[in-house]
Design a binder for this molecule. Structure first.
Ligand code: HEC
Ligand code: HEC
Ligand code: HEC
Length: 292
């Protein structure tokens, strides 16, 4: 590269690099605001709930909903299941403190007394700013915010999130959970595998990477349910079953605007722009030196 770039363009290169760095810092700081927010230390003892039990009495379940339904008065189904055969209280799935009651019905949601009760009953986030808390609308770009949140809060806003689903649904649905965790819908293996192989990033035609997270939000390896787990029989292999999917490699630099750009091979001549393989410039002069 040193030989290809003459001094004036080398200077231009560094000026541009600096400019890009400044831009990255500016937008980086803005878009990664959730990275910058310092987590709040929370004590979740009062809102802790053990995993949902497979069976319990209606009274036990009702006690776990008692406070919640003084405010959440008009849910379509109390257990999120239509059938009455499923006996559950709100905190079995969501966690929270079901002993906090609103003394009399109120729709004055901004009243400080109401807000105080709500916040005592709810599981509060460690990153309230990034969630635009207390609004329950999801932030437009949450990136990996869920991975940094406490499992207690993740369970509160989505009891069926794979990081915490064993607590909320595991007693009754463990088979479905384990199958769903390994599904293409959850791992995205086809995207990463196809893009990785077709762009020459990995030499494996059989997919090796997929997305999954542990309860603590760390990257997880997905293994087949074989015996031992993480293996497949010759027959399963012939059908295309995979023994394991590994976490995506870490991305050590700031994410480019278009994430598919990272799948490009990169150019020999990084001149005034990042490599534009397959995107001819107006003169085509750079492309002549480039890989086809
Ligand atoms: C004092 C009233 C009050 C009580 C008690 C209460 N909630 Fe809420 N809850 C609210 C209000 C109001 C919202 C909507 C907040 C918003 O979007 O502005 C809400 C939102 C929620 C949400 C969505 C939160 C999010 O950020 O996505 C969940 C889940 C929830 N409540 C569950 C519960 C459970 C479970 C209990 C009982 C342990 C409970 N609530 C007790 C008033 C209450
Ligand atoms: C079987 C487990 C289960 C039970 C029991 C349950 N929920 Fe839920 N609840 C869920 C799931 C799963 C969702 C969907 C979360 C999502 O889509 O992110 C949900 C969604 C919600 C939401 C909307 C959350 C949001 O972010 O907008 C509220 C509010 C809520 N539940 C309140 C309650 C209350 C109050 C009770 C008790 C009367 C209750 N739930 C009982 C599993 C449950
Ligand atoms: C106490 C046991 C129990 C827990 C805990 C439980 N479920 Fe269920 N769930 C059932 C039963 C039993 C059925 C079947 C009900 C029926 O057939 O009418 C069911 C049915 C369902 C269905 C409908 C499936 C279908 O084929 O129509 C969904 C979806 C579901 N549950 C989701 C959840 C989620 C998500 C959670 C956790 C947040 C959860 N359940 C927690 C017992 C439970």
């Amino acid at each position: 590269m040193a030989r290809l770039i003459a001094p004036p363009s080398r200077l231009r290169f560094w000026l541009l690099a600096l400019g890009l760095l400044a831009l990255t810092l500016f937008f980086g700081v803005r878009t990664l605001a959730s990275d910058a927010e310092k987590p709040i230390k929370r004590n979740y003892a009062a809102v802790f709930a053990p995993p949902a039990p497979e069976t319990q009495t209606k009274e036990e379940a009702a006690a776990k909903s008692a406070g919640c339904i003084t405010c959440h008065t008009a849910s379509d189904a109390w257990t999120m299941h239509r059938t009455e055969a499923v006996v559950l209280g709100c905190t079995d799935c969501h966690g929270g403190n079901a002993n906090i009651r609103l003394p009399s019905p109120s729709s004055d949601f901004d009243n400080p007394a109401y807000v105080a009760l709500r916040d005592k009953a709810h599981v509060l986030p460690r990153y309230p700013k990034s969630w635009h808390w207390p609004s329950s609308a999801n932030p437009q770009r949450s990136y990996t915010l869920l991975n940094r949140e406490s499992p207690e809060f993740v369970r509160f806003v989505n009891p069926s999130d794979y990081r915490v689903v064993r607590d909320s649904c595991g007693a009754c649905h463990i088979q479905t959970i384990e199958a769903a965790e390994r599904s293409l819908m959850a791992s995205g293996a086809m995207l990463w595998g196809g893009a990785g192989y077709n762009n020459g990033i990995v030499p494996f035609k059989n997919y090796v990477v997929g997305e999954a997270y542990t309860r603590a939000g760390e990257p997880a390896k997905i293994v087949s349910p074989g015996n031992p787990s993480g293996t497949v029989t010759a027959e399963q292999k012939a059908r295309g079953a995979l023994p394991a999917l590994y976490p995506l490699p870490t991305w050590q630099t700031v994410m480019p605007g278009d994430i598919f750009r990272v799948f490009e091979r990169g150019g020999r001549n990084v001149n005034t722009q990042f490599a534009e393989v397959g995107l001819p410039n107006s003169l085509g002069s750079i492309q002549r030196l480039e890989e086809p």
